[in-house]
Design a protein around this ligand. Sequence first.
Ligand code: N01
Length: 537
Amino acid sequence: MTSPQETTADHDVVVIGAGFAGLYAVHRANERGHRVLGIEAAHGPGGTWYWNRYPGARCDVESLDYSYSFDEQLQQEWRWSERYATQPEILRYIEHVADRFDLRRHYRFGERVLAASFDEASAQWTVRTDAGTVATTRHLICATGSLSAPHRPDIPGLDDFEGDVLMTANWPHEGVDLTGRRVAVIGTGSSGVQSVPLLAEQAESLVVFQRSPNFSVPAFNRSIPDDEYAEALRTYAERRAKSWASTAGSPHVGYDREALDLTPEERRAVFDEWWQRGGVLFAKAFPRQTIDPEINDLAREYAAEQVRSRVHDAQVAEDLIPNDHPIGTKRICTDSGYFETFNRDNVSLVNLRREPIETFVKWGAKTATSSYEFDTLVLATGFDALTGALTRMDVRGTDGVTMAERWADGPLTLLGLSVPGFPNLYNISGAGSPSVLANMVLTAEQHVDWVLDLIAHLDERGFRAAEAREDAAVAWTKHVDEVANGTLFTKANSWYMGANIEGKARGFIPYIGGFKTYIDHCESVRDGGYRGYVLSS
Ligand code: N01
C-alpha cells in the first residue's frame, strides 16, 4: 500500500466506504479483475456498525436476513447468536467478512474523502482525502451510507455546557462508564429509544428531552436455539428467495386480507400477531396500513393502548404517544423495555412541546418552566439522511457543479444510482432507491452487481463513460415522488422527507415502490441497453 501524500493513480474503481456496501463493492470489483482502491474514514471496516457503538445498539432487521447472501459458505458458516444481533456482533461479522475475503489490503483506512472531481477530457475522477492522498479512477462508487452524516442540533448555549457531550452516532470506542452520572438525552428516534433503557440502568439519574414521541414496538429479541438455527440454515435458499421477491428485502409477508373486511376481534388478532413478531414488522400487519388513513388509525390506537398499558403515570404515557404522524411513516422503533423505563424512579421525561429548551448553561439546561442539572449529555439527534454524505463532500461533476448544488432542490437521480452531470459516479443505496426502506445488505448487493454489469458493458463496447440523461433522471425522480404521494409517508415530518435538517429540500427521498419492483426497473434499464444513459467513447 502507498503512503499518504503519494498520488495513487490509475484505478479502475475507487470505492468510498467500508460498510456492508463498500466491502461488497471492493470484493466484487476485485473479483472481476478491476484495479480497485477502497477509502474509509474509520480505522476499520463496519460503516454504521463501526461508529454507532452506543449502549443497546442493535439491528431492527433479523440477522439471518441482515447479512450477505452472495456466498453460500459464508452464510452457512456464520452463527448469529440472537434474532436481532447487537452492534458488537454485527461488527464482528463484518470484520470476519473483510478477513475471509482478504479485503483490507485494498483499503486506505483512517482517511476521509474530502473532494472528488471529474475531468471530462480524460473521463477520470480525481479523489482527495484528508491525509493528502490523491487517487485517480475511471469509476467512483459512493458506498457512503444513508445514515452516516450525524446531525448536531443548533440549540442555544450548547457550547457553554461544561459536562461531557456524547453522540450516539459517534460513541467512544472504549465505552463510557455512567455510574453515578446525571445524564440527559436529546432525541427519541431509534437511537434514543434503544439506548435509554441501558443508560437508565447505569446512570444515577436520566432526563429524556423529547420533542416528538415515536411509535416503538418491542423487539421480542431472543437467542436462536441450535435446532431452529439448523432449520434456518437448511432452508436459507428459500428464505433468501422470498426476500429477493419482496417489497422490503425480508421474507416476512403481510396479512393479505383487508383490515376493514374483518370484525374488530379478527382485526385485533392480526394486530396481536404482528405486534408479537416485533419491531418494524408491525407496519406490515395489513397491506394498506400505510396507505389508508382509516386502517392506520386502527393500528395507531392499538399501539397507543400498548403504551398506556406499560407506563404507570397517565400523563407520561400520553406524552409518549405520537399524535403527529401516521404509524409507520417514521421508522417504527424497535425497543427492549423503552416505555417501562419511564416507570423508574431515576428517569424523567421532559415534553419539549410543552416546555422547550431555552438555553443550555454550563451545568445543564433551562426550559421555559424549569431547570435541569446534569453532567453528561447524550445527543441521539439523527442524521442528514440519504443525501448528507454526498452533499457534505466537495463532489464536482462536469462543469464543476457540486452535488450539493445539483441537489439543492432535492436529489435528482436515475434509479438512485446515477446523477446527470456526474458520469461514472454511482451512489449505492441512497436517495431515489429503496435504500433504508429495504434490507440494506441485499440492496447493496443488488446495486453493486448492477453497477459492475454496467462497467462491463462499457468495457466490452469501448465506451469510457456512462452518464444519466437529464430527462431520464427527471422522469425517475417524478416516479419516486408519485409513488410516495400515494402513501401516508408524506404526512410525517421525517428524515425520509428531509424534514429534520433545517434548510433541506422537502420531498420523499427513498423509493417506496418496493424492492422487487425496483429490481425490475433496474433490469429493464439494463436489458434496454442502459436506456436513460448516455454512453460515450
Ligand atoms: O435519528 P432520528 P436516530 N431538539 O432522526 C430529535 C436508523 N437506526 O439516530 O422528531 C430536540 O430518528 C428528533 O426530534 P424530532 C433507523 O432507520 C436504526 O434515532 O425531529 N430534539 C428525534 O427524536 C432510524 O430511523 C436502528 O422532533 C431534537 C431524534 O432527535 C434512523 O437510523 C438504531 C433536535 C432523532 O431521531 C435514525 O435514527 C438506530 C432538537 N434540536 C438508528 N434535533 C436500529 O436498527 C433532533 N432532535 C434499531
